[in-house]
Write a protein that binds this ligand. Structure first.
Ligand SMILES: CC(C)(COP(=O)(O)OP(=O)(O)OC[C@H]1O[C@@H](n2cnc3c(N)ncnc32)[C@H](O)[C@@H]1OP(=O)(O)O)[C@@H](O)C(=O)NCCC(=O)NCCS
Length: 175
């Protein structure tokens, strides 16, 4: 393995297209509540709108030689972006300021997991979010059935806050 980590500008987010689409397929494969909702989720419907709604974006792409093998996408967004036709992701009044941080998308290809790459990406995401000291609230949204990810985030210090959409998503936050 020749693993490299590269922060890429949003103009190059397209490089994450295949990985993002794989993440949706993975999440559908694990889900037992409303799994069909993933059918309409892909790079164009998830990552592109998230980037547009955010005020700051951060993407770290992981490569093994020239092959893209993982990424983490984090953002700082206005809290209103989390209340829409699909769901209200959290009680907006529970958020101190106008903006929230989130680790929005996270995926390592099968075969590269459990080598510490996810922990490194998680730390890079948290370091970047920490740069925005006016943003006190951080969220991670985990779809049902993905208990491995849920436990991973808990071990990294996040706590389960609540569930939305009849358990389709578990909301984790930093406090
Ligand atoms: C969740 C995910 C990003 C974590 O990435 P990862 O690279 O597997 O994470 P790490 O290797 O840093 O840590 C995973 C575990 O492997 C262990 N590990 C790390 N290096 C290791 C090594 N060299 N040998 C054995 N185990 C190791 C870690 O201790 C950790 O154990 P823990 O979960 O019990 O704490 C990854 O599993 C993934 O992409 N999963 C599929 C998509 C997904 O679920 N995304 C999240 C959506 S919310």
């Amino acid at each position: 393995m020749a693993i490299t980590y590269e922060v890429i500008p949003v103009e190059k987010a397209e490089e994450c297209r295949a990985l993002c689409n794989e993440l949706m397929v993975f999440q559908k494969s694990r889900a037992w509540i409303k799994a069909e909702l993933f059918d309409s989720m892909n790079f164009d419907t998830r990552m592109v709108p998230s980037i547009k709604n955010a005020v700051h974006n951060h993407i770290v792409l992981v490569k093994d030689n020239d092959e893209n093998i993982g990424y983490v996408y984090s953002s700082i967004s206005p809290k209103w972006a989390y209340s829409n036709d699909f769901a209200t992701f959290f009680d907006l009044s529970s958020v101190e300021g106008e903006h929230v941080g989130s680790l929005s998308q996270f995926y390592i290809k099968d075969g590269y997991r459990k080598h510490g790459i996810g922990s490194k990406l998680f730390q890079l995401s948290m370091n970047w979010l920490s740069e925005f000291d006016y943003v006190k609230d951080r969220f991670i949204f985990v779809s049902n059935g993905n208990d491995d990810a849920l436990e991973f985030y808990k071990r990294k210090g996040f706590a389960v806050s609540h569930q939305i959409l009849d358990g389709f998503i578990t909301v984790l936050r930093n406090k």
